[in-house]
Design a binder for this molecule. Structure first.
Ligand SMILES: C[S@@+](CC[C@H](N)C(=O)[O-])C[C@H]1O[C@@H](n2cnc3c(N)ncnc32)[C@H](O)[C@@H]1O
Length: 207
């Protein structure tokens, strides 16, 4: 299967069980397929924006950490307390090998997260709030586990923002005084070689 088909293959999962099976299967080749062959830029883009707000000594959750591409970049930038969370144990196994996370947890976004309230200084979430992956309702739990004054940064496709409940959830949280928008980038190309039409925005909120 080509890399392009693998992206579509995970997007077309019918439920979480199928999604986990597919990521478990893809885990070993994911980095080579996406980062090397596909020129996948979202982790680098999101990390660069994240550093504008979050100090290096922060305790950071990488939500939907996958194989740890984001953690690897953040560690290279000087972050040392990085916690990985993902629902695929195959992906987490690859993330573990990168030796950049202090903890790794298998959990499902969209369900209650087994982390105490206000237990992170910041959350970063790249490529995971998307079609057939983590739903808009996941944001409630990300807000709960982030301390007041902490930051949540994530990537989102503009069409998913408009059509999958994110627009409503983001403004609901803002109206409820749970968070404030700090920055939303222009839509940026994240898979320039494989899928040039896929654009993502990086959103940053302060809790
Ligand atoms: C496209 S990968 C992104 C991984 C990594 N953040 C990156 O940028 O390379 C999406 C990841 O989200 C995980 N995922 C999808 N839905 C999830 C959910 N509801 N809860 C937790 N993890 C989820 C998948 O297992 C996969 O590892």
């Amino acid at each position: 299967m080509t890399e392009e088909n693998k992206v579509q293959w995970v997007y077309s999962s019918k439920n979480n069980r199928e999604l986990v099976e597919r990521y478990d299967q893809w885990a070993r080749d994911y980095d080579a397929d996406l980062a090397d062959d596909f020129d996948y830029r979202a982790p680098q883009m999101a990390a660069e924006i994240f550093t504008r707000y979050v100090p290096r000594n922060a305790r950071v959750l990488d939500a939907g950490a996958g194989t740890g591409l984001v953690g690897e970049i953040l560690a290279g930038m000087g972050y040392s307390t990085l916690v990985a969370m993902d629902m695929s144990s195959g992906m987490l196994e690859e993330a573990r090998k990168k030796s950049v996370y202090t903890e790794l947890h298998r959990m499902v976004m969209g369900e209650p997260l087994d982390f105490p309230t206000a237990s992170f200084d910041a959350v970063i979430c790249v490529g995971t709030l998307t079609v057939a992956h983590a739903p808009a309702s996941s944001l409630d739990e990300l807000v709960r586990i982030t301390r007041p004054g902490g930051y949540i940064a994530y990537t989102l496709r503009p069409d998913i923002y408009e059509n999958n409940g994110f627009k409503e959830k983001q403004s609901e949280l803002e109206s409820a005084g749970k968070w404030k928008l700090v920055e939303a980038t222009e839509p940026l190309q994240t898979l320039p070689r494989g899928e040039p039409d896929v654009l993502m925005q990086v959103w940053v909120y302060r809790v």
